[in-house]
Design a protein around this ligand. Structure first.
Ligand code: HPA
Length: 270
């Protein structure tokens, strides 16, 4: 894998992708955050050596290089989910590429189902911590010390200073923000009422099908992470509601401007 990552990084550098400072993973419905980026280069995943190619509707599958908030950034427009059939190593390959490109800061976004009764659809939740409830682990297997250690410290998966900074920016802009724990299940089914209840009982505020493997791999490589989730539906006990991918995308869109403004201001503040 290390050699594959090197090969991909070499390709991207030769194409002019140099000195990025921030990596961004654009989640479901948030892909148009890309409109805030002054794009210098855009690569279809299919054209990047060793990259998996995304299959989900609404995940267009492009690696974007450009400027946001006055900094060079690399953004993934479309991510790789475990439920699509990728191995955990494949799904997190682009995060390895970002790190070897020189990126130390990772911003991950997603859509999630809220189980905290104080949440509403369209809320933006900063992820303060996560629970890995995926059936596989991206670091299972022989460890490659060139990426990071065998046993990875996870005492602060989402950087507390970044969370505080983001919160302060939201406050200054009068944009309300939630905070909470994100629990990852493999999907692709949305949760049953009993599963939403389980998620809440386990101590989470929101549930989704992504992000946790990426953050684990980022922490393996000592990256600093900020996680942002849009609450696109609610799994509140006694109030079962239908959920569809279309509704999730629609609800995520409503938070798009807020998140885009805040992420831009966040990056600009460095
Ligand atoms: N569950 C899992 N994943 C999701 C949800 C949900 O309710 N909403 C958006 N992604």
């Amino acid at each position: 894998m290390f050699n594959k990552v090197q090969e991909t990084v070499k390709f991207l550098k030769e194409k002019g992708l140099t000195n990025p400072e921030f990596g961004i993973v654009l989640g479901t419905g948030l892909g148009s955050l890309v409109n805030y980026i002054s794009v210098e280069k855009s690569f279809d995943y299919g054209d990047i050596p060793n990259f998996p190619v995304s299959t989900v509707k609404g995940h267009s599958g492009k690696l974007i290089y450009g400027e946001l908030g006055g900094k060079k950034i690399v953004a993934m427009q479309g991510r790789f989910h475990y439920y699509e059939g990728w191995t955990m190593q494949e799904a997190t390959f682009p995060i390895r590429v970002m790190k070897i490109l020189g990126i130390d800061n990772l911003i991950v976004s997603n859509a999630s189902g809220g189980v905290n009764p104080k949440f509403s659809v369209g809320d933006v939740m900063l992820i303060t911590d996560h629970i890995n409830f995926m059936p596989e682990h991206p670091l299972r297997g022989k460890n490659d010390d060139r990426f990071g250690p065998r046993f990875v410290d996870m005492h602060e998966p989402y950087n507390l200073k970044y969370i505080a900074k983001f919160e302060a920016l939201a406050k200054a802009k009068n944009l309300p923000i939630q905070k909470g724990v994100y629990l990852a299940l493999q999907g692709p089914t949305f949760e049953t009422p009993a599963e939403y209840k389980m998620v809440k009982t386990l101590g989470a505020d929101a549930v989704g099908m992504s992000t946790v493997p990426e953050v684990i791999v980022a922490k393996h490589m000592n990256m600093v992470c900020l996680g942002i989730s849009v609450i696109t539906d609610l799994g509140i006990e006694g109030k079962p509601e239908t959920v569809s991918h279309e509704e999730v995308q629609k609800a995520a869109k409503t938070a798009e401007k807020k998140i885009s403004d805040l992420v831009t201001a966040f990056i600009a503040s460095f």
